[in-house]
Ligand binder design. Sequence first.
Ligand code: SAH
Length: 508
Amino acid sequence: MTGKVILVGAGPGDPGLITMRGARALGQADLVLYDRLANPALLAHVAPHGEARYIGKESDEPGERQAAVNQLLVSEAQQGKTVVRLKGGDPFVFGRGGEELEALVEAGVPFEVVPGVTSAVAAPAYAGIPVTHRGMAAAFTVVSGSEDSDKPGPPLDWAALAKTPGTLVLLMSARRLEEIAAALIRHGRAADTPAAVVRWGTLPAQRAVYGALANIAERAANAGIGAPAVAVIGEVAQLGERLRWFDRAPLFGMRVLVTRPRQQMSALSRLLTEYGAEAVEAPAIEIAPLEDTAELDAALGALGTFDWVVFTSVNGVAAVFERLAHQRRDARAFGGAQVAAVGSATAEALAERGIAADYVPRTFTTAAIADGFSGLDMRGKRVLLPRADIAPAALADALRTRDAEVASVAAYRTLKPADADARTRAALGSGTIGAAAFTSSSTVRNLMEALDGDTGLLDGVMIASIGPVTSAAAVEAGLRVDVEAQTHTVAGLVEAMAAARAAAAEER
Ligand code: SAH
């Protein structure tokens, strides 16, 4: 049975600007094909069974690429899939949506269209520019600035456009703005006509410059404004300086690292976006039992022969006792082994099972743990390290440099993309993260796990906590807490961050 294709407008960037119908379509999709200007954050709407595929490669020749996309839509739908074709803005505004539908009609594939909020209107709106305004503009014209002469179809008549009353909105014009402005002036548009350029409109990276037709290209160039940008020419552009609002939002432009508690769609991320911030989500981890327990079972069979057993997480404790129970054994299996617990939660998990940890490092960093052992002679000591399957080797390595004999054994699986932690570290390492927000102690632990103990990556990053319990977990993990919410809700947390930022700005 043939499936169908739903052509969906993703909106201009802000993930809140997709339509409800569009979000629902994403939830129904077996396959989502998205391109460069569709915000990947929207993929959060895709159901677990849905596959998302990026097909926005810029390198290929555009005509060939379009034919390949058409072919892909047809063949995937013919396999019975519900395919969502997700396109930036509105799919019919310079989106080649019509061409894709023609291919579908030809192949007899059913389709639907979900219009989107176009950047032609939304980018100006987020820069405080209404495209029509009583007494200023009773019409607006949207044109493509990249129209070139060797393309089929009527070329743009710049002489006519120069004389068209109302607002002129240019898409795909970043590179040719100077040339276009000159042509408009040459054809009679006043050089002092107000003008503005908005790059990455509706996103935390939004950048707007305001000026006049005669100088807007230069101003945009000086501000380093390239694609994707919308240019607005006409009286309304002057309203921007008075009506701009988005880039004055309390957390505008701030990138905030958010660790999601398992599975949940983050209410925090949504709220941060409303405050103008960009939520950078470190993916949640899920814990699963090992598929093959042979190595762990063998290590546990000789548990009493180790000098030390080092637990770095509650999960490791749970997994070890689970396997011991399987072998009909209990805490006595530790025999004379000393036990170390990283973090008080881990120590508590051990205590619940009748084991008082011999050593609990004060800070949750690899260096601190290893230092803790440095007072002891670890030479030749046998250490068991029950760990996550993808745990980094840093702790084992540190112990080995002290000549310990380390058995680093996977005790449980973490289900998350293998490179997720590396990506989180890279995001922090890039120096673009302004804040990290924590809504529970487990979000602190998750991030610490991702950082592999390297709290230095959070230097200069505003640490915000939802309340005293979470703050205590952060402090225990070796972090300093800059902001603590007075009302212990997600809204209270974001509010506190906004207040802190305002205070910091005042000081400067
Ligand atoms: N279908 C899209 C337009 C696709 S053409 C829409 O309706 O919005 C691509 C052009 O759209 C870019 O060159 C740029 O001019 C504009 N554009 C898309 N998203 C934008 C954004 N967030 N900010 C500014 N311009 C954007």
